[in-house]
Design a protein around this ligand. Sequence first.
Ligand code: G3I
Length: 293
Amino acid sequence: GSGLNGKWVSHGKKFWGTCADSNTLNIASNANIIKSDFGQVTPENSMKWDATEGSRGNFNFGGADALVNWATSNGKLIRGHTLVWHSQLPSWVSSINDRNTLTSVIQNHISTVAGRYKGKLYGIEILNEDGSLRSSVFYNVLGESFVTIAFTAAKAADSTARLYINDYNLDSNNAKTQGMVRLIGRINANQKYIEGVGTQMHLGAGGAGGAQAALTALASTGLEVAITELDIAGASSNDYLTVMRACLGISQCVAITSWGVSDANSWRSSSSPLLWDSSYRPKAAYNSLISAL
Ligand code: G3I
């Protein structure tokens, strides 16, 4: 193909994706760009805990089903996002303080969400931003064991999706990146629970210089690696080229997902971080990626 994803996969990569949900898929110019230039979609918000299980045991899949059905009808791969995250977490979960209750709540949440889309997802970001073992309800109540609890439940629910851990500030070979590498080493010491590692890469202008070192460090785990939420505030073409080349040069870096299509719909809208401007016109950075690929 001639679009971004088509050029990218011709280099042996799996996909260049973007996030989406009904609010952006309902914008025709946005949906048309996803059809022509992206090979994968990540639900931006609809598969998160607050959207899917707002109260215990009451599941709502309206938004997530819409995204999955759109992707399936349009031949796009899907990354599930995100099953265990301290943010966008309903207060009924964050107020649980005993181990048995929290364990069964995590297991039921993961088995219900992952089970619903069994066989339909390329991968699932099981843990988001808890890889550094921040002070979340999950770590505070269960210690590091919540990681294996979550990945075990996901594998039982969907044996084919690649199970990812995902985090931010893994943008260079910094202390957080090294902590992630050590965490994966501990969890996977006797069994490969974690199958992929994602670096979000919400960057600023000039901030792409450490990307190759970050990807190399993450690849030292032996797992597949993906850039899962790429955007670059105030980006120049060179910033985007640097990230693209960093992934291109590392065989374990299998994919890039942009965190949106047009600046109009970005969570960082005012900093113009994406590849299409707010009128859905391709920016110079898009053209430079296409030429380089
Ligand atoms: O749906 C409600 C709507 O009913 C309400 O009227 C409106 C008023 O504010 O809010 C709407 O919810 C918003 C939701 O996006 C859907 O648009 C939330 O306020 C808003 O906080 C939420 O922001 C999302 C953010 O995650 C939440 O933390 C962004 O769209 C989404 O791009 C962003 O994505 C995260 C990744 O999941 C994880 N990594 C970081 C990344 C950026 O924060």
